[in-house]
Design a protein around this ligand. Sequence first.
Ligand SMILES: C[S@@+](CC[C@H](N)C(=O)[O-])C[C@H]1O[C@@H](n2cnc3c(N)ncnc32)[C@H](O)[C@@H]1O
Length: 402
Amino acid sequence: MDKKLLKKYLKEFTSGKRTYIWGASSFLKKIFKELNSKDYNIIGIIDKDSTKEGKHFCGYQIFGANRVKELKPERIINAAKNYPYLSQQIKKDLEEIGINCEVFSLDYFVKKSTPVRLNPILFFLKSNKEKLNYIVEESKKLYYYDSAIRSMLRPDEKRILHMLAKYYYSGRGAIFDAGIFLGGCTEAFCNGLNENKRVKPNNQIWAYEYGNCSPDVNFEVDGAYTFEFLQNSYPNKKINYDFTNIVRENLEGLNKPSCYQLYLGDINVQPYPNKIEIMFLDVCKCPRTNFAMQKLFSRLIPNKSVVIQQDYIFSACPWLRITMGYLKDYFEFIGATKVNSALFLLKKEIPAEILNVDPYEKFDYEKLVELHNYYNQYLNQEQSDMIVKAVEFIKRDKNIRE
Ligand SMILES: C[S@@+](CC[C@H](N)C(=O)[O-])C[C@H]1O[C@@H](n2cnc3c(N)ncnc32)[C@H](O)[C@@H]1O
């Protein structure tokens, strides 16, 4: 844990608000042994154990939880460790008695201020498969990603993108970043590329985004969901269906203009890089675009390029899993995050006559299901259950076409 960073986060969180700690825990004691309690605007500790009332702990007075209404907290730091849902529960309980306040866990701040330090073993791993495996496993250890841009990705997914651009990327091809929405994935790639010791940033990230969620313009996204996400992300901004200005602003705000090139509009009609080394696909929301992306696999580099299918562990978009099942002889499954992203390493070049067939169009229902479920052997039960649900979608879709 970086103490300076932790102090900064705690100062920011407690400043100008009536802040209390929830629970005189041993975790609090361990962490505050390293910090000076006077540095923060914390009034005291609220504890359910009435026998502790009036005592002092870590330099703070303890108040009984029965007095919470008169204490009028505006912010609470939950000091329990390893109870991920407790903060939500505290918030809910307080709302029931008319107190609306933000609750964050101390554990969250501690994790947020723990920098990623990859074990140097990565550099001794010989094969690209081993390196990729290592990156996927490392991403699971830390579940916080410090970002300036709101994103639909999970922290572990952003970590993978960051680590790929930092440790795996060699500069032999582009970083293809398809479906960036507000730019969260691009931020992770930019951070990684900027920290890459072997390659200098030279606009290698090709970032694509439609930039419009109007149901009349972009048929490929859930317009209502996207619009609501935009409104929640920018409560003080007037939100339009066209959000290209926000995408531009967000990327400019990263202050890394030499890392990326931005393509706004339909990805199906954009220029593409000649060679692709890292291909992040968060854009295969319909069969048409999925097939267009499949055809771009001709630009991947055998035994180097990695494809990240962001919607792989997800109960929609069956066509992209069918594509990966169809191309099983050419890719190797590397691993996946708990939900969403799965990584594949290209083993050998894929002949054009294979890539020019759209398996979702060509095959009958039974074959589609077989291809769709091919990689389930590498997933845990929860993940394959999620995918199996998508089979119903194929059934409906194919019946409608008949
Ligand atoms: C799930 S969001 C991407 C989230 C993003 N990767 C992040 O880090 O938050 C999918 C994005 O793909 C974009 N998209 C879908 N179809 C597209 C197309 N044909 N061309 C360009 N962008 C498209 C949508 O506008 C949407 O913003």
